[in-house]
Design a protein around this ligand. Structure first.
Ligand code: FES
Length: 200
């Protein structure tokens, strides 16, 4: 115990001496040496910050990859009231109902199972605990706490103008035949309304 407390300061002094000798032998004084150390630290810090900024600014998902944007040609819109269209890569159901056009996330809002479209019942049904949802994504019954989540959509019209989905992720168009492209943003998810709540 006693030996350690006596030797530690001595060891430190020896190390400091070695550093000073090294500094003297290289021809730079102590102040210059500290300046270079400080400069190197700053370069490393700025390099790290620039890397972080680049990581933040660069898109993390490519188009056509879940988490990125999916482009669907206007002609691909399901006719009003028809069965929703499955998009496995984008993990959404593309639907067209009286409430509008929506891209419904395929994961159940209860515990995350994949629900299915059941054409004979004209609704989505979850095989895990029996939650059911309308074609427009609204909750019908079961343990799910809310309606289906959906992704934001940008609609590009033939004349180049654009229409954005509303707060519920719905797009209402006067003339769907004039759509050039639907862009589904699978990185921007909107939570479904609480169970039992209707669209305004
Ligand atoms: S996970 Fe769908 S009802 Fe439970």
């Amino acid at each position: 115990m006693t030996t350690e407390t006596v030797e530690k300061p001595a060891a430190r002094t020896a190390r400091a001496q070695k550093v000073e000798e090294a500094v003297d032998s290289s021809g730079i004084n102590r102040r210059e040496f500290l300046f270079y150390i400080w400069g190197a630290s700053m370069v490393m810090l700025m390099g790290g910050s620039a890397g972080m900024l680049l990581w933040y600014l660069l898109p993390r998902f490519r188009a056509g990859e879940f988490g990125g944007d999916f482009s669907l040609p206007g002609a691909q819109l399901p006719p009003l009231g028809s069965a929703p269209q499955d998009n496995p890569q984008g993990r959404f159901w593309f639907t067209h109902t009286e409430n509008g056009i929506a891209a419904l996330y395929k994961v159940c809002t209860h515990l995350g199972c994949l629900f299915k479209w059941v054409g004979t019942n004209d609704r989505f049904e979850c095989p895990c605990h029996g939650s059911k949802f309308e074609a427009n994504g609204l909750y019908i019954e079961g343990p799910a706490p809310r309606s289906l989540d959906r992704f934001e959509i940008t609609v590009v019209m033939q004349d180049g103008s654009t229409v954005e989905s509303d707060a519920n992720g719905l797009v209402k168009l006067e003339n769907p035949a004039q759509v050039r492209e639907f862009i589904v943003h699978t990185g921007r998810r909107i939570q479904g309304l609480p169970a039992g709540q209707e669209y305004a």
